[in-house]
Each structure stands twice: as C-alpha cells, then as structure tokens.
Design a protein around this ligand. Structure first.
Ligand SMILES: Cc1cc2nc3c(=O)[nH]c(=O)nc-3n(C[C@H](O)[C@H](O)[C@H](O)COP(=O)(O)O)c2cc1C
Length: 183
C-alpha cells in the first residue's frame, strides 16, 4: 500500500522530453510504499494575479494534486541557465492566492537531465532559491546533474547500467528525506 504520494513536476513540455523519461525511470527505483504521479503543467494559463480569486480549473487541479502529496519531485531541464518559464508559471500559480500556498512544507527533491556536461546545475540552483521562498525544504545532497548520453536509458526506458547505482543512491536518500519531513 502506498503511504507516500509524490507529485512529480517535469519542467519540459516537449513530447520526447528526456526529463519526463528520467522522471518515469527514477520513480521505478523507489520502494513500494511510494507512488509517483506526474502533474500536468502544460495546460496552465499564464499566471495573472487578477485571477487569484477565480482560479482556472487546471490551476485548482494543480493545487489539489500538490496538497494531496506527501512530497515533491522536480525534474527539470535548464533553459538559458535557469529553469524553464513553464515551471515558474506552475510554481507561481500554486503559491497563490496569498496565504494559500499549496507547496508549503512539502519536502522536495530536484534532479535534471541535459545533453550538455554541466547541464541543469544552474537551473537547479535557481530553483532552490525559489523553493526556499515558498517554504519548500529541498534535499541538498546528493546533487543529481544527469548528462544525457547513449545508454542513460535501456530499451525498456529504465535507468541504464552506468547510472543506476548513482540514481538508486539518490532515490534512497530522497525516500529517507521524505519520510523524515512528510506531514
Ligand atoms: C530555450 C532553450 C534553452 C536551453 N538552454 C540550455 C542551458 O542553459 N543549459 C543546458 O544544459 N541546456 C540547455 N538547453 C538544451 C536542453 O538541455 C535540451 O534541449 C534538453 O533536451 C531539454 O530537456 P527535455 O529533453 O526534457 O525537453 C536549452 C534548450 C532550449 C530549448
């Protein structure tokens, strides 16, 4: 039985996103008392404070999914040395209306994949700043900057041999972190 529901937010809307694939593959490294659900963010309107008292349906759905979760997992690419605008849009939406921040207190992990060697390190650092402000405690170590290279995924879409131990260790630490902080 799943005791820990994790809301997964993928920072890419691209059909064949490596980060979405990574989010699915890494979830399979978790123990059976954890379930991971990717929360759609592509249907959210651009955030507009005028709508705070009358939020669109996709915004209400996003807030509900976050509130029902015991933990968060952000899996994001880096766009121009930050995290993508669609992810910031989702964060802003669910942080409002003022006083009803859905993210607050949920323990979060951050990972990201990029074809570039230093990929996602700056994006992740920017994301940590924003999450600190909205009161989301983040797992600091180990950091996970995943380079997309041949063999990262096997034919079944699982994490390939070379990265498996690293990401299993990451998942074990993440699971312990969520168990410690989940309310
Ligand atoms: C607008 C844009 C900006 C990008 N900027 C960066 C960057 O700053 N650092 C980086 O490592 N990759 C950068 N990339 C390459 C992405 O890492 C690459 O497209 C990756 O596949 C995106 O993740 P996804 O496969 O999950 O969509 C950029 C891509 C786009 C489209």
């Amino acid at each position: 039985m799943s005791l820990f529901k994790i809301a997964v937010i993928v920072g890419s809307l691209r059909r064949d996103s490596f980060n979405r694939k990574l989010a699915s593959a890494v979830a399979r490294l978790a123990p059976p008392d954890f379930t991971f659900k990717q929360v759609p963010i592509g249907d959210l309107p651009p955030y507009n404070q005028d709508d705070d008292e009358n939020q669109a349906e996709p915004v209400k759905r996003l807030k509900k999914e976050i509130e029902m979760a015991q933990g968060l997992l952000f899996v994001t690419p880096e766009y121009n040395r930050s995290f993508p605008g669609v992810l910031k849009n989702a964060i802003d939406h669910a942080s409002r209306p003022y006083g009803q921040n859905s993210w607050a207190g949920k323990p979060a992990g951050i990972i990201g994949a990029s074809p570039g060697a230093p990929g996602t390190s700056v994006a992740q650092q920017h994301l940590r700043n924003v999450l600190a402000y909205i009161d989301v405690p983040t797992l600091n170590q180990p950091e996970a900057f995943i380079q997309v290279i041949e063999g990262l995924f096997d034919e079944a879409g699982n994490i390939g041999t070379d990265s498996k131990q690293f990401l299993q260790d990451w998942m074990d630490r993440y699971v312990a972190w969520v168990k410690k902080l989940a309310v």
